[in-house]
Ligand binder design. Structure first.
Ligand SMILES: Nc1ncnc2c1ncn2[C@@H]1O[C@H](COP(=O)(O)OP(=O)(O)OP(=O)(O)O)[C@@H](O)[C@H]1O
Length: 587
C-alpha cells in the first residue's frame, strides 16, 4: 500500500476510536474463527442433553444450546464457516466481475453490448430470490450457497468495474500504451487495473458486509451448511425457537453478524476517505489549525474583506516570500518546490513566466489559484489577491474569487471541459456560478450572453449546442478562454495555453488573448517555454529556475540586458529562423 495512504489511514484511525474498536473486534473475531479448533475447548457438534440450555457461566461463557453444545465453541467454528464462505464468495464475485467488467469496458462494441445485456437480464430478477432459487436447485451446502450468492452478485460489481474502465480507457497513458503496441491483456492487467485498484479495494471492503449478510440470510433459511455443523445464519435460525428461554442462542450469532457487517462497512468508509481524502476538495488554510479555521472562519472572512480595501490597492496580485514544499513522509523530510517567491502584478499588466521544465511555474499558478494539493503545501509567505491575504480564506472565499477575481486557462482544453456537457451549458454554468452577475439572469438572457461570448472569441454560434469532442483543438482552447473571461476576472493565468496547437492557431489564440486582455484590462500571468511568445505579449518577464525567481524585469531589459547567466542562456537557446541552404538554392 502506498506510504501516504497508509499514513492517512493511521491518522484516520488515531482520530476515530470507533474505527479502532471495530477493527480490533473484526481482527479478534477472525483470529478466534481461524483458531477455533485450538481455542474453543469444546466439540461444537457433540451432543450432551444433560447440559442443555445452560445460561452463560464461567464454564460455558455463552451458555449451551438445546443439545447441550457450547455456544461459544459453535460460534467460533461457525465463524470459520460463515467468514470462509463469505471470503470465497467475494473472491468469486470479484474475479468474475473484474473479467467481465474489464472486458466490457475496454473492448466496447458488441462485447460490451452482449455483456451489459446479460447483466441487465440478471438485474431484472430480485437478487435474493434468484440466489435462493439457484441454491435450492443445487441442494443445501456451503458450496452451492457461495456459488448462488456469487452468481447473482457479480453483475452489480461488473457494472461498476466497467464504468471505472470507461473513465480511464481513453486517457493518454492507455492510448500511449496502445500506440506502443502493448497487447490488450497487458494494458488491462497493468495500466487499467493498476489505476483502478484503489476504488476496487474500497468497493470490496464496503460490500463484504452485504455478502456476509446474504450468506447468513440464506443459511438462516436452511439453504446453507448441513446440521449439526455450525454457521452463524443457521445458529440464528436454531436459536429462534428458544428466543424467550435462552436468548443467548439468538443474540450471540446475531451480534457477530452485526459487528462484522457494521465493522466492514465502517472500515470501508475509512479506507475510502484515506484513498480519496476530503481535503482534496478543500483549500489548505496555511499556517492555521483546522479547528481554529472552523471556529473563526466567518470573522476572518469579514476581516479579510475589510483588509482587502486597505492593502496595496495598486496590485491585483502580490506574492511575498512564497515557499511551497512537497512533504515526503514527515514534515522534516520535504522537498522545496518554490522558495522565497516575490512577484507583483498590476491591473492590466502581463507578466511572462518563463523557465525550464520543472522550475515551478505551474506550482506557482496553482498556489495563486488556491489549488495546491497534498503533498504540496504552502509553508511560508503570503499571496494577496486584490489586497486580501488568501491564507485567511475559507472555501467560500476561494469559490467566489475563482472565475471572478482570478481565472485559469490550462494547457490542454480537455482538462477544463466536461466531455458530456454541451459547450453552451458549460459556459452558462460559469456565468451563473457567480450569483450577483449571473443568477439574476433568466435562461434566455444567459444564453444570449454566452452566444455573445462565443462570437467574441471567434467561435460559431452552433458551438453552443455542440460537445467538446465535436470541436477542433483550437476551438476548444477558445472555449476555455471564453470560460475564463466570462465573468471579467481581474487576473488571468494562462498556463501554456498554446503549446498543444499548431503555429497558425497558436498565433490566432495569442491575438485573441492579447486583445481580450487589453479590452477588459485584465492582468495576466502568461506561462510558457517560448520566449518569442512572451516578447510579443508580456510587459514584464519573470525567469524561474529550481523553484526560485532568478530575474525579473521589463521585456526590453530582459531581452537586451539580461543580468543572470541563466537568462542569458535561455535567450541564446532561442532558435533563429534559418532557411537551409538547399531550400535557398532552390529559390
Ligand atoms: N504533486 C507533486 N508532488 C511532488 N512534487 C511535485 C508535485 N507536483 C509538482 N512537483 C514538483 O514540483 C516541481 C515543479 O513542477 P511544476 O509542474 O510546477 O514545473 P513547471 O515549471 O510548471 O514545469 P513544466 O514547464 O514542465 O510544466 C517539479 O520538480 C515537480 O517534480
Amino acid at each position: 500500500m502506498d506510504k501516504r495512504i497508509r499514513q492517512r489511514l493511521v491518522a484516520a484511525l488515531k482520530t476515530d476510536p470507533l474505527a479502532v474498536v471495530l477493527l480490533i473486534a473484526i481482527v479478534g473475531i477472525i483470529l478466534a474463527s481461524i483458531g477455533a479448533s485450538w481455542l474453543s475447548g469444546y466439540d461444537p457438534v457433540k451432543v450432551d442433553y444433560k447440559q442443555a440450555l445452560l445460561p452463560p457461566s464461567s464454564e460455558h461463557w455463552l451458555g449451551t444450546d438445546n443439545y447441550g453444545r457450547d455456544v461459544l465453541s459453535r460460534l467460533m467454528h461457525g465463524g470459520a464457516a460463515s467468514l470462509g464462505a463469505s471470503l470465497l464468495a467475494v473472491s468469486l464475485i470479484i474475479t468474475l466481475s473484474l473479467v467481465i467488467g474489464l472486458a466490457a469496458g475496454y473492448f466496447g462494441g458488441w462485447v460490451d453490448m452482449a455483456l451489459t445485456r446479460l447483466m441487465d437480464v440478471l438485474f431484472s430478477f430480485p437478487q435474493l430470490v434468484l440466489a435462493i432459487a439457484l441454491a435450492s436447485l443445487m441442494g443445501p451446502g456451503l458450496t452451492s450457497l457461495m456459488i448462488a450468492v456469487a452468481a447473482v452478485a457479480w453483475p452489480s460489481f461488473a457494472r461498476i468495474f466497467r464504468s471505472f474502465v470507461l473513465s480511464v480507457r481513453n486517457d493518454g497513458f492507455v492510448q500511449a500504451a496502445k500506440t506502443s503496441g502493448i497487447p490488450a491483456w497487458k494494458i488491462i492487467g497493468t495500466h487499467i487495473l493498476g489505476s483502478i485498484t484503489g476504488p476496487i479495494l474500497v468497493l470490496i471492503t464496503l460490500d463484504i458486509g452485504s455478502i456476509i449478510l446474504s450468506i447468513a440470510s440464506m443459511s438462516f433459511l436452511g439453504l446453507g451448511i448441513r446440521p449439526p455443523q455450525p454457521e452463524w445464519g443457521a445458529m440464528l435460525n436454531e436459536g429462534r425457537a428458544y428466543i424467550e428461554e435462552a436468548p443467548w442462542l439468538f443474540l450471540a450469532p446475531g451480534l457477530m453478524i452485526f459487528i462484522m457487517v457494521l465493522g466492514t462497512n465502517y472500515l470501508g468508509d475509512t479506507l475510502k476517505d484515506a484513498l480519496e481524502p476530503r481535503t482534496l476538495h478543500m483549500p489548505r488554510l496555511f499556517g492555521r489549525s483546522k479547528r481554529r479555521n472552523e471556529r473563526d472562519g466567518r470573522g476572518e472572512r469579514e476581516a479579510a474583506s475589510s483588509e482587502r480595501k486597505e492593502v496595496n490597492e495598486s496590485c491585483v496580485l502580490s506574492i511575498e516570500g512564497l515557499c511551497v514544499t512537497a512533504a515526503e513522509g514527515n514534515r522534516r523530510n520535504s522537498n522545496v518546490i518554490l522558495e522565497q517567491i516575490d512577484l507583483e502584478l498590476k491591473p492590466g499588466e502581463c507578466i511572462g513566466l518563463v523557465g525550464e521544465s520543472g522550475s515551478g511555474k505551474s506550482t506557482l499558478a496553482h498556489a495563486v489559484m488556491g489549488l495546491l494539493r497534498s503533498p504540496l503545501e504552502q509553508n511560508g509567505g503570503t499571496i494577496r489577491l486584490s489586497g486580501a491575504d488568501t491564507s485567511r480564506w475559507g472555501w467560500s472565499d476561494w469559490r467566489q474569487a475563482r472565475g471572478r477575481t482570478i481565472a485559469y486557462i490550462t494547457q490542454d482544453p480537455m482538462d477544463s471541459l466536461n466531455p458530456v456537457l454541451k459547450i453552451g451549458e458549460q459556459l452558462r454554468e460559469c456565468l451563473t456560478a457567480h450569483p450577483n452577475r449571473g443568477a439574476v439572469m433568466n435562461r434566455t438572457e444567459a444564453k444570449g450572453k454566452v452566444i455573445d461570448m462565443l462570437k467574441r472569441t471567434g467561435l460559431p454560434e452552433t458551438a453552443y449546442d455542440q460537445y467538446p469532442h465535436q470541436l477542433s483543438g483550437g476551438m476548444r482552447q477558445r472555449v476555455v478562454i471564453a470560460m475564463a473571461i466570462m465573468n471579467e476576472p481581474q487576473i488571468i493565468i494562462a498556463d501554456e495555453p498554446t503549446t498543444a496547437l499548431d503555429v497558425s492557431t497558436q498565433a490566432r489564440i495569442m491575438d485573441l488573448l492579447t486583445e481580450l486582455q487589453k479590452e477588459r484590462k485584465a492582468a495576466m500571468i502568461f506561462i510558457t517555454h517560448d520566449l518569442r511568445l512572451v516578447a510579443n505579449i508580456a510587459d514584464r518577464i519573470c525567469v524561474m529556475k529550481d523553484g526560485r525567481v532568478v530575474e525579473q524585469g521589463n521585456v526590453q531589459d530582459i531581452f537586451t540586458r539580461p543580468r543572470e547567466r541563466y537568462t542569458q542562456q535561455l535567450l541564446k537557446a532561442i532558435p533563429p529562423l534559418r532557411i537551409p541552404a538547399s531550400i535557398r538554392k532552390a529559390e
